[in-house]
Each structure stands twice: as structure tokens, then as C-alpha cells.
Design a protein. Structure first.
Length: 153
């Protein structure tokens, strides 16, 4: 279906997305002029459906760094990895934990006893630490990567 609808990116072509950037446990990143592409190996989420749910929650909580679906990458008949794209925050540096804590409080989240973990009545968000949160020259905060789950009631 991805091939038929033009959403297939052979793994050999992922370097055409941009310059390889920092990679983590679940994403290889490719940096372009205005966006960052993330090729997700599903290691943390376990399935495409779970990843897309996390993306939707991220977009609700952090709309300034909302993800969009770009394509599926992979090797024919062997792997499928979603490729999501996010705005690139230019001229930014890692935020301090104090900046992050203040920002999350402004969004209505409470700190937990674990650094970088926050909750509100709907969501638990963690891994909100300097490597995943940027601050630009104007002092605006941008969460570029977070782990999120909906709190069951």
C-alpha cells in the first residue's frame, strides 16, 4: 500500500532526507533546512499503532513541535519503519532542567519525584530532560522528544 500510494522510501534512500543527525534508542535522525526526519525502528513503542498514538499525544501537548507522517522506510519484504517529520528548531541549545520544570508547570503538569517526569490529570510524560528539550535565542522552549502515556481512569 505504501508503495502504491507513494509513501515508500527504500532504506538505501534515507540519506536523501538530510544530513544524519543525533540518533537514539528508537530514531535515526536526518536534518534538513527546516525539518528533522526521524526514522523510527519501533523499539520503544513496539508497533506502528502505538507509535502513532504517542505522536498524537505529543502533538496535543506540544503543538510547536508537532510531528507529521512522511513515509515508511525499509527493506523490501523485511522491515517497515515509520518516518515522521518535525519542525527544526534553528539556533537552539539544550534547555536547563529548571527551564523545563517551569515550562511543564506552565502547561499544567506537576513534577514527580523522578527528574524529567511529569503528570497531569490525563497524561504522564517523561524523558523531559535537556537532551530532548531545546530553548531558542528568544527563550522559547521546544520539546522535541518525549515519552508519553495516557493515564487510565
Amino acid at each position: 500500500m505504501a508503495k502504491a500510494d507513494g509513501y515508500w522510501l527504500p532504506m538505501a534512500d534515507v540519506f536523501s532526507l538530510g544530513v544524519p543527525g543525533p540518533s537514539g534508542n528508537e530514531n535515526d535522525t536526518y536534518v534538513a533546512d527546516h525539518v528533522v526526519y526521524k526514522v523510527n525502528n519501533l523499539l520503544n513503542s513496539g508497533s506502528i499503532v502505538k507509535l502513532l498514538r504517542k505522536v498524537l499525544m505529543h502533538n496535543l501537548i506540544f503543538p510547536d513541535t508537532a510531528y507529521s507522517f512522511h513515509a515508511f522506510a525499509g527493506f523490501d519484504g523485511r522491515t517497515v519503519q515509520p518516518v515522521i517529520v518535525q519542525p527544526r528548531i534553528a539556533n537552539a541549545r539544550p534547555a536547563t532542567q529548571i527551564m523545563i520544570d517551569t515550562y511543564m508547570a506552565a502547561l499544567g503538569f506537576q513534577k514527580t519525584t523522578s527528574v524529567g517526569r511529569f503528570t497531569n490529570s490525563q497524561y504522564e510524560v517523561w524523558d523531559i530532560v535537556p537532551r530532548n528539550v531545546l530553548v531558542d535565542d528568544e527563550g522559547d522552549i521546544f520539546v522535541v522528544d518525549a515519552e508519553i502515556k495516557q493515564i487510565s481512569k
